[in-house]
Ligand binder design. Structure first.
Ligand code: 6GU
Length: 236
């Protein structure tokens, strides 16, 4: 792969460009995340991140997006007609066919838990992330999605924080996005480390409040440093 003048990898023409669409009632929640340097790197390479507010495309009056649950009970449910209208307003074709060419993901605590392998899988195709709020999305969303993903065994107030976790894990898998590609390959939990944690990092000062840095890291012996790091990874 060619390298840019700053030593950064630049996308070769054959690199696939990914489009990630996020559907949410709270697009402003993503502003900080999308301004981060890694995201801007990805956009500069030609990847796209598109935010859509369900509310901007609702076919209902009074910008209604949710409704009381059939059968009664607490909370409100995001309507399936509203979700379909938003999808069909910004992506081509029937909402139920979108999953044929891309991963369409509902963020839900009932989903499959995100891990590194799933992030790598998601990075290979265009991505649509559907965030729910309130009690979630009408269960008929199952007709639209290829995946239901959770980020862990706890309940969040909405899918937005989870969507950012998914986006970030996926984006780091896109070639050229991380300036130093070695940092992606050796990163925690990737297959190279066989699922183990990354080795510990230290920087200056070498001593602070009596807290020291392992001598081997100050030794200048790169072979010894590599062996120490490998041993740390194995220890987990
Ligand atoms: Cl994806 N959504 C919500 N609401 N809570 C969660 C989650 C998702 N993953 C873990 N907890």
């Amino acid at each position: 792969m060619p390298r840019g003048s700053a030593g950064r990898r630049v996308a070769a023409g054959r690199e696939r460009l990914v489009r990630a669409d996020v559907f949410t009632l709270f697009p402003q929640a993503f502003e900080w995340y999308l301004s981060q340097v890694h995201v801007r790197n990805a956009v500069a390479l030609g990847h796209r991140f598109c935010l859509t507010n369900y509310r901007d495309h609702t076919p209902l009056s009074h910008v209604q997006v949710d409704d009381a649950p059939y059968g009664g009970g607490a909370g409100m449910v995001l309507r399936i007609d509203v979700v379909c209208a938003a999808l069909e307003a910004v992506l081509p074709g029937d909402a139920a066919r979108l999953k044929d060419g891309r991963r369409v993901v509902e963020l839900t605590p009932k989903g499959r838990q995100l891990d590194d392998a799933l992030a790598a899988e998601l990075a290979r195709q265009d991505l649509v992330l559907l965030c729910g709020r309130y009690e979630g999305i009408d269960e008929r969303v199952t007709h639209l999605v290829s995946d239901r993903i959770s980020i862990g065994p706890y309940v969040l107030s909405g899918g937005e924080v989870a969507a950012m976790a998914v986006l970030d894990a996926v984006m780091r898998k896109l070639p050229g996005v991380i300036s130093n590609p070695d940092s992606v390959v050796s990163e925690s939990h990737s297959a190279v480390l066989e699922g183990g944690a990354e080795y510990p990092h230290y920087t200056r000062p070498a001593e602070f409040r009596g807290w020291t840095v392992p001598d081997v890291l100050l030794s200048g012996d790169h072979g010894a440093v590599d062996r120490w790091r490998a041993a740390q990874v194995r220890k987990g």
